[in-house]
Design a protein around this ligand. Structure first.
Ligand SMILES: [Zn+2]
Length: 459
């Protein structure tokens, strides 16, 4: 085992911990950005340090294809290759194959697939996945698991879960560097509580340095999602890190942390940046929207990141469709947002004010709608429809007949705050979703002050 996990503070099931890895001492809960080929698109490693990234995720499948794990090994491992002094985590490569390659097939031996380089059939076994990850040299390596979509039902889920358990022994046996790299096992079992339970017990028996909850964030309902997380975190050992794979959205991270999870990874913050979307406390801000063209404010006036201190929304709006710089700046801000969220979760748990933090986090997201409803819900709704919906559609339909000056007048007359369609509040109906309220009840976090006035679930 090459890690130390010390819990520094708790609030019911939530925990704030210090995770000491060979290359970095991390504070949890933490979010790991995904660097496909040893890079987070458009950001230099010194910027990632500046943002506060603690662990970066590398895709074994992509790295094994190019530059190849042998070359990375020859050049001193991935840390040295990408000049990243902090911690790294690599996945097993299996998920990428199954999701990217239509011709991937899973047998007891491993994952067979057609090489995207020369079309030849290839096989990734549990042993080979670990050998490749041993050569890459990340602080945390992941066991090869049999991945099935959560939306699939029937005997395939059970087969995949038992195979994942058989493969973990092959992974453990193949692991050559257990004193430098930590092998995490992955809990599978779909949405079936019985299968999840068997898998958790099986993995815990192997006494691994850490555990991941896999097979989620694949299109299942939010209610099924949090229930699986809650079940697994309750059954996993207290003194080992718990990693929810492929998660996620800021709200998901807050909910999972309340339920006792510690680590997350997702392509969302950087992918959505490339589509011109910024993460803000209210939800998301669409920088491509015309309302941004003359908006002199930073993306998020409360954000202390380099981008928000330096550039206006108008400037980024101008870049976002035409220049790679636009998505780089947005990626920077979005990752900063995720790192700040991680830090806020950590400190609020340690300082014993986790419920207040969660309430504030949720309240800001419903703020937009509720602030308008206070001056008469119905009239505001009609006004909103006219300004945000019907009027632009009408203008669009009669583009040739309506004088451009009328359009210009409309643009100038409407105050920026009313151009709601550029800011998408996360809870547009004005209430915290029922699944969040239910999950928080299980987590023992009292958020009734922001659930009850708006939520129909409290009836
Ligand atoms: Zn910012």
């Amino acid at each position: 085992m090459a890690l130390r996990f010390e819990i520094l503070g708790r609030f019911n099931r939530a925990r704030a911990a210090q995770l000491t890895l060979p290359h970095f001492v991390c504070q949890t809960p933490l979010f790991m950005p995904v660097g496909t080929q040893g890079t987070i698109k458009g950001l230099a490693t010194n910027q990632l340090e500046e943002i506060g990234c603690q662990i970066i995720l590398g895709n074994t499948y992509h790295l094994a294809l190019r530059p190849t794990s042998e070359l990375i090994d020859e050049l001193g491992g991935l840390h040295q290759f990408m000049n990243w002094p902090r911690a790294l985590l690599t996945d097993s490569g299996g998920f990428q194959m199954v999701s990217l390659l239509h011709l991937a097939d899973i047998t007891e031996k491993g994952v067979t697939f057609q090489s995207p380089v020369d079309g030849k059939p290839m096989l990734l076994t549990p042993e080979e996945s670990i050998q490749i990850q041993n050569r890459i040299g990340a602080d945390i390596i992941m066991a090869l698991d049999d991945v099935v979509k959560t939306t699939i039902t029937g005997p395939r889920i059970e087969e995949a879960m038992y195979r994942t358990l058989r493969w973990i022994d092959r992974c453990i046996a193949a692991h050559q560097r257990p004193h430098e790299q930590n092998l995490f096992g992955i809990v599978q079992g779909g949405l079936d509580p019985v299968l999840r339970d068997i898998c958790v017990r099986g993995l815990v028996d192997r006494n691994l340095p850490g555990y991941a909850i896999g097979g989620l964030a694949g299109g299942e309902s939010k209610d099924s999602f949090w229930r699986v997380v809650a079940q697994c975190t309750a059954a996993l050992p207290e003194d080992k890190p718990r990693y929810v794979m492929g998660v996620g959205y800021p709200l998901d991270i807050v909910v999972c942390s309340a339920l006792g999870a510690d680590m997350y990874d997702c392509v969302y913050p950087t992918r959505t940046a490339r589509f011109g979307t910024a993460l803000v406390p209210e939800g998301v801000l669409k920088l491509k929207h015309n309302a941004m063209a003359d908006d002199a404010r930073p993306i998020d006036p409360t954000c202390a990141c380099m981008v928000c201190r330096t550039y206006s929304r108008a400037y980024i709006h101008c870049l976002v469709t035409k220049d790679a710089m636009g998505s780089q700046l947005l990626s920077y801000h979005n990752l900063y947002y995720m790192m700040k969220l991680s830090r806020d979760l950590h400190t609020s748990i340690i300082e014993g004010r986790f419920p207040e933090f969660v309430c504030n986090f949720l309240r800001i997201m419903v703020y937009f709608f509720t602030s308008f409803t206070q001056i008469g819900p119905f009239s505001v709704y009609i006004l909103y429809l006219l300004i945000g919906g019907i009027f632009p559609i009408l203008c669009h339909c009669f583009e040739d007949t309506i004088s451009p000056s009328i359009l210009l007048l409309w643009e100038k007359k409407v105050p920026v705050e009313l151009k709601l369609s550029s800011v998408v509040a996360l809870f547009p109906k004005g209430d915290v979703p029922e699944w969040v309220c239910n999950a928080m009840e299980v987590a023992g976090i009292d958020i009734s002050s922001c659930c009850s006035p708006f939520s129909s679930s409290q009836d």
